[in-house]
Design a protein around this ligand. Structure first.
Ligand SMILES: CSCCC(=O)C(=O)COP(=O)(O)O
Ligand SMILES: [Zn+2]
Length: 207
């Protein structure tokens, strides 16, 4: 028997979702209603954005309590399976953000055939939880896009299981998924990815 989260627990998680979405919206990272955001409420539920909502101007009415291992909520993001499987796989994850930044989308296509994008030697890698030195090489997985998001979620978990620990992944021609222990950590990780992928794109284009 699954009991719904309390209204206080839902409101606290929804506030984190709105903070991430507005942060991304203010930076034009979620154009044309793209992107989706979630915060874990407890071991059974996560607060997830509604499909089609304007993430840049999100309100609590656009946030849904979705069961992590339950049936699909009819109003939840089309990409909710990609969030929910992450919570089920990794108990340390407290918040997840999906954004459509230009550098992430461009690099995800350019490097799709290799299946990963290496981020190597940048000082800002230390913005990711657990990384202590710029002398780090992170291979960010890239998976092919798929409109079947249950199948896509399964493929992503398989790829993440075979890779070292990473704070996110790319979907080819689509965008970036990133997570953290809290909404605050996920925001820092979004910002770090945006800087690192922009730097990578500039460096590659100058070669
Ligand atoms: C108009 S963006 C296409 C769908 C997408 O990639 C996205 O991130 C938003 O989907 P949602 O169902 O979460 O609104
Ligand atoms: Zn998307």
């Amino acid at each position: 028997m699954t009991s719904a989260p309390s209204s206080e627990a839902f409101a606290a998680a929804a506030a984190g979702v709105i903070a991430m979405a507005r942060y991304a919206g203010d930076r034009h990272w979620v154009p044309a209603t793209s992107g989706n955001f979630s915060v874990r409420i407890d071991e059974r539920f996560a607060a997830v954005t509604a499909t089609g909502a304007d993430k840049a101007n999100l309100t609590e009415a656009d946030v849904i309590a979705a069961e992590i291992s339950g049936p699909k909520h009819p109003r939840a993001s089309a990409e909710a399976p990609l969030h929910l499987v992450r919570y089920a796989s990794d108990p340390s994850i407290g918040a997840i953000a999906h954004i459509h930044t230009l550098p992430a989308t461009l690099l995800s296509r350019r490097h799709a055939a290799k299946g990963a994008l290496r981020l190597d030697g940048w000082e800002l890698l230390k913005a990711f939880t657990g990384i202590k030195t710029h002398e780090t090489a992170l291979d960010i997985p890239i998976v092919p896009n798929d409109q079947d998001t249950d199948r896509l979620a399964a493929l992503i978990e398989e790829r993440l299981g075979a890779s070292g620990p990473v704070p996110g992944y790319l979907i080819a021609g689509h965008g970036l998924y990133v997570w953290g222990a809290s909404a605050k950590d996920a925001i820092r990780h979004m910002e770090a990815f945006d800087f690192l992928l922009t730097a990578e794109l500039h460096e590659e284009n100058a070669r």
